[in-house]
Every structure is written in structure tokens, then in C-alpha cells.
Design a protein around this ligand. Structure first.
Ligand SMILES: Cc1cc2nc3c(=O)[nH]c(=O)nc-3n(C[C@H](O)[C@H](O)[C@H](O)COP(=O)(O)OP(=O)(O)OC[C@H]3O[C@@H](n4cnc5c(N)ncnc54)[C@H](O)[C@@H]3O)c2cc1C
Length: 367
């Protein structure tokens, strides 16, 4: 399909949670189209996440953006969804035998800004998650504010809103060339050519590839594979909190139809349709077996997805100073779902109202 007659104000490249959230907010003010190479949105990272909302995560910038997203999650616009987007989960952080000092550091880092985070005894941790092996633990903490996100409903809400605002989503439309002609971009896709004044690069692991189409050298972004495995769980487990090691080498949480277990791997990868490597699956199950006494004989499913980090592990937003009307929305790492309302609305405010992007996430820190 060719559509060069009526320019869009904005073309967003990539229909993961990043592209959908910013297109949703942008469509309230402008004529926007999202272009997605796959035959459905959220096929890559956004459809493969652990669906968690954790305020004390990663670094203060991510924590701030997560907290800024909370109001949208708890009170979305009435037309957005009829279902709650957040569900209480709770999170137990455990220290294994030699990791007590790491637990102290974890509490020092996060409890000043996260009042729900408290130290608990090993017995209390085992009472919350009875399969934990007491003899393997030296300490624990609990944060009642960890929640599960209904990611399906979030993505559907963004798409419903986009449609209601006359925005367009085009799947099977891989962007293959970007050329700047006077005041607009000519965008060649596998579904034809179109014209837009501004391009938003929300291509996840492919963000540097899309930038290259516009002649831009890459930013320090690295896609890293993360593995997830589903194993059977006891029936009572569905209400248990998530468990996470303070070493960041294992988490597990109830996820229908069992437990989702991840070795928290971060293996650099090319942009691709990621899949779980057998070694990472084996590592996840071995670590799980060392700290629990839950036996299982089968793996129900497994997958992997790419989490793309900037070198400072902050998101990357803003107009590229090297290229007119080329806007980055990248580097959402392992927090792109829980920060999507804040990031989407920051992009919309920047493009519609010239609002400033905060310096600690602005693209100009790299170029
Ligand atoms: C196992 C795992 C657990 C995670 N857990 C959490 C969690 O609990 N909470 C949380 O907040 N985050 C979590 N994340 C991170 C989160 O999933 C990502 O931060 C988020 O999905 C990134 O969204 P995105 O839209 O940037 O990327 P993507 O969802 O990958 O979307 C980018 C899109 O761009 C498209 N694209 C690329 N190139 C082109 C092109 N040339 N033309 C057209 N389209 C193109 C791709 O097809 C893709 O659909 C997790 C990730 C993984 C893998």
C-alpha cells in the first residue's frame, strides 16, 4: 500500500509497549501511524516479560519513571479498560548463606524511598513461600508493593485508545529505508511508502538498525537475552509472592499454569527472535532446586526475550541532535512495561508541547 499523498504528523517505528504507549498519547493531539515489521504487535520483548511492577528496581531514574507511571496504572482513563491493570503480588528478596552483607546494602539502597520494603526473618520468608529451604538462607526482605501488571489489557488499552483517536497501526510493515526530503520523511516499508513529518524510533533491540536507516551512527545500546521457564507449582502457590535472590541470579513467581523461573541472565545478543538456550534453562532449574524443596519432573514451556540497555541503564529519549525530526524512545531494559505510561506521555509532551526531556534520560548525553 502506498500513501504519500497525506503526510502523517508522526510515524512510530515498532509496536511493542514503547511504541504503543507513545502512539496512544500522541494520537490524542496528532495524526499518528505505528509501523510494525511483524504480523502482530508485541511479538518480541513486550509479549515476553515477567509483567511485574517494582518501584525499587535497577536505579533511581527507573524508580522515578515507575512511580510516575503508577497513577495511570491505578486510575487509567475510564475508556481505557474495565479491568484493574495492577494486581497485588508482593516480593521476597532472599540472601543465601554468604550474602548477608548484600542484603544490608539492598535495604540501605531501597528502603529510604520504598517504605513498604522491610527486613523479615528467614522463618517469615519461609512462612510466605513454604518451599524455600531454611538451611540455605541467611536473611530476607519483603516488599508488599510489588505488583503484577495485566500486560495484555495494557496493550489492548493502548490500541483501543489509538483507534478511538483515529491513529493507525500497520503490521507486516517493516521499515527498510528512511530519507529526509525538505520538511518530511519518506518511509519505505515492506507494505509500501508513506510520508511523515517526524519519526519516533521505538524499535526495541533494533533501535540502532533503524537509526542506521537514517544514516545515524549507533548509540551505546546492548540487547541482552533473558530466559524464562514455566514449571509445575503446588496449587496453593498462586497467591505466593515473587522470590528474588539478592545476588540477582534467580527469581521465581506464580505464573499460570505454574511457576515462572528465570536465571536473570543478561547475555548480549544481536537483534533477533530470541529463544531459550538449553544451558540457561538448566542453570535456572539448578538454582531453583538448590534453594527450594519443590520437586518437579517436567518443563511446561520456556522462552527468551531481549532487554535492551543503554550503557548507564537509563532509557534514551529525545530528538537526535545529528538529525532533524528523528526522535529516540529506546533502552527500556527490564522495565519497559512498568515505565511505559510515563515514557509514552513524556514523548507526547515533548513532541506536542516542546516539553523538555529530563537530562538523565535525554539522548544528548550520548551524542
Ligand atoms: C523475560 C523478560 C522479563 C521481563 N520482565 C519485565 C517486567 O517484569 N517488567 C517490565 O517493566 N519489563 C520487563 N521486561 C522488559 C520489557 O519487556 C521491555 O523493556 C519492553 O518490552 C521493551 O519494549 P519495546 O517496545 O521497546 O520493545 P519490543 O517489544 O521488542 O518492540 C519493538 C518492536 O519494534 C519492531 N521493529 C523493529 N525493527 C523494525 C522495523 N525496521 N520496522 C518495523 N518494526 C520494527 C519489532 O518487531 C518489535 O515489535 C522483561 C523482558 C524480558 C525479556
Amino acid at each position: 500500500m502506498s500513501d504519500t499523498s497525506t503526510p502523517y504528523d508522526i510515524a512510530v517505528i515498532g509496536a511493542g509497549v514503547a511504541g504503543l504507549s507513545c502512539a496512544y498519547f500522541l494520537s490524542q493531539h496528532t495524526r499518528v501511524v505505528i509501523l510494525e515489521q511483524e504480523d502482530q504487535p508485541a511479538f518480541h520483548s513486550s509479549g515476553r516479560s515477567a509483567a511485574l511492577y517494582i518501584e525499587g528496581l535497577e536505579n533511581p531514574v527507573v524508580s522515578r519513571l515507575t512511580k510516575q507511571s503508577k497513577e495511570f496504572f491505578t486510575t487509567p482513563p475510564p475508556s481505557f479498560t474495565q479491568c484493574p491493570l495492577l494486581h497485588p503480588r508482593g516480593g521476597v528478596t532472599i540472601a543465601e548463606l554468604d550474602d548477608e552483607s548484600k542484603l544490608d546494602k539492598f535495604l540501605e539502597t531501597w528502603s529510604p524511598t520504598n517504605p513498604d520494603l522491610v527486613r523479615i526473618s528467614v522463618d517469615e520468608a519461609v512462612a510466605k513461600v513454604p518451599i524455600l529451604r531454611k538451611d540455605k538462607l541467611s536473611g530476607a526482605a519483603y516488599d508488599s508493593s510489588w505488583q503484577s501488571i495485566d500486560v495484555h489489557e495494557l496493550l489492548m488499552g493502548f490500541q483501543r485508545g489509538l483507534r478511538a483517536n483515529h491513529g493507525e497501526l500497520r503490521c507486516n510493515a517493516k521499515v527498510s529505508k528512511l530519507s529526509r526530503a525538505s520538511s518530511h520523511w519518506i518511509i519505505e516499508t515492506s507494505a509500501g511508502e508513506l510520508v511523515a513529518n517526524t519519526v519516533v524510533n521505538a524499535a526495541g533491540a533494533w533501535a540502532n538498525d533503524v537509526a542506521a536507516l537514517a544514516g545515524l551512527a549507533p548509540l551505546p545500546l546492548t540487547a541482552m537475552r533473558r530466559t524464562a521457564v514455566i514449571i509445575p507449582a503446588p496449587a496453593a502457590a498462586k497467591d505466593w509472592p515473587m522470590v528474588h535472590t539478592v545476588n540477582n541470579n534467580l527469581y521465581f513467581k506464580p505464573e499460570s499454569p505454574g511457576f515462572m523461573v528465570s536465571p536473570q541472565d543478561e547475555t548480549p545478543s544481536e537483534a533477533m527472535d530470541a529463544f531459550a538456550e538449553e544451558l540457561d534453562v538448566a542453570i535456572a532449574l539448578d538454582r531453583f532446586s538448590q534453594i527450594t524443596d519443590h520437586s518437579f519432573s517436567t518443563v511446561l514451556s520456556q522462552w527468551a526475550g531481549l532487554r535492551t540497555f543503554a550503557s548507564d541503564r537509563h532509557p534514551v529519549l529525545g530528538f537526535d541532535p545529528r538529525c532533524e525530526h528523528f526522535f529516540w524512545l529506546a533502552g527500556q531494559g527490564g522495565y519497559g512495561v512498568q515505565t511505559s505510561p510515563a515514557l509514552g506521555s513524556l514523548v507526547s509532551n515533548a513532541l506536542n508541547n516542546n516539553a523538555e526531556i529530563p537530562a538523565d534520560i535525554r539522548v544528548s548525553r550520548f551524542v
